[in-house]
Design a protein around this ligand. Sequence first.
Ligand code: SF4
Length: 511
Amino acid sequence: DSTKIMDCLKQEIEKEGLSDEVTVSITGCFGFCEKGPIVKINPDNTFYVHVTPADAREIVTEHLLNGRAVRRLLYEEPAVKQAVRRQDEMCFYKKQNRIALRNCGFINPEDITEFIGAKGYLALGKVLTTMSPDDVIKVITDSGLRGRGGGGYPTGKKWYFAKIKEADQKYIICNADEGDPGAFMDRSILEGDPNSVLEAMAIAGYSIGASKGYIYIRAEYPLAVNRIMIALNQARELGLLGNNILGTDFHFDVELKYGAGAFVCGEETALIHSIEGKRGEPTNKPPFPAESGLWEKPTCVNNVETLANVPAIILNGADWYSSIGTAGSKGTKVFALAGKINNVGLVEVPMGTTLREIIYDIGGGIKNGRKFKAVQTGGPSGGCIPAENLDLPIDYESLTAIGSMMGSGGMIVMDEDNCMVDIAKFYLEFTVEESCGKCTPCRIGNKRLLEILTRITNGNGTEDDLKTLKELGQIIKDTSLCGLGQTAPNPVLSTMKYFWNEYVAHVKEHR
Ligand code: SF4
């Protein structure tokens, strides 16, 4: 529909003789998925939602020719039932701080000159002309940036370990193998602002001494793949990637590798094996990839969102970034807000924002006036958080402390009609399907957990089953080889902790 809308707008603009004054341009995702397709009119920042090709005529005649907003296409705030005209006045955007998403919805991702116009490649220029690799690592370390893919490992430390390892070749890998159900942060960044990731990879390469980078991306993301390819070619043509970047003696180029959709390949050692053409299975760490990674060379694996923060940190400084967030978790985090919520979409908030602010102020509250029951953070590796924790300021530590995790940023909201045992079963089905089968606790243990859960939801469960669920879940967490198995029981254990009555009711009901 978006392409049709754009064509219709162009036709109407031409018909009215406005082609010299008005440009119609594509952008990446605005983040407000619930309200798409979106048309934004600049410079007045008017934000039209649920636009159809048939609306093009009215937008041109009313708005462009007469300066009157098309009221029926404006967004209505659910809390006050009032139409809002400007993007910066909408509650969905007001509480956000968009750093990783800074260019998404603002620039044409297929035109590198727009990225350059938005300070793109300025950070790379600064790094190559005024900073040593150690300076770069110090800024990233001091900023407090931690891995946004789920692990939360300090990015500067990772770069440092790769830098100090002597080797004739080193690699940067961008992990774009986003696999959590309901998560689309990385896809959106790559579709809306691919050059920021390429620029960050070059900066990372300079800091550790790597001349080669790989983007490991899901083959199911064709638009993201297409836009990275366009960005890569345009950057090479302008001498921003390749040999002698910006006239210096720094060489760095990037290649794409396609993942086939295996969730476990998001784990860095499995991902590295997959790039090497081997079966995508995790291996024990140490050695960590920073020491011995791709083809046994020092390798930094950073996720898309982590990298998207890097140019902004280089330009604005470590103090600027570390002034945002909480004591242990600096900066912002992008969440994919989905489920029973009014404003489904991508949101980027400072660490330390409460769940209540995200769900009610930004998310517009629960759909159809229903009551909030829980929110699952961290995808299939995370846990369900109940209403009593709505005022929790979220960061890596606080989420782990209550039995969930940050993960890559999936946030699925449930209302009073959701059965929490069914929710736990849904996530477990996913992890059982995605287990690579290498280690026994995950391969066999999670299957047994699922059998028990299925028995319970079918009405044949016993109180002994509940006991076994808890014990077995903990054993799987303690003994699995990689993060997938270590976190797979989280949805079961967290729902048992906070919604025990629902498990008991299932068992009692069918006694
Ligand atoms: Fe494979 Fe699961 Fe073991 Fe990870 S925990 S290595 S996914 S079997």
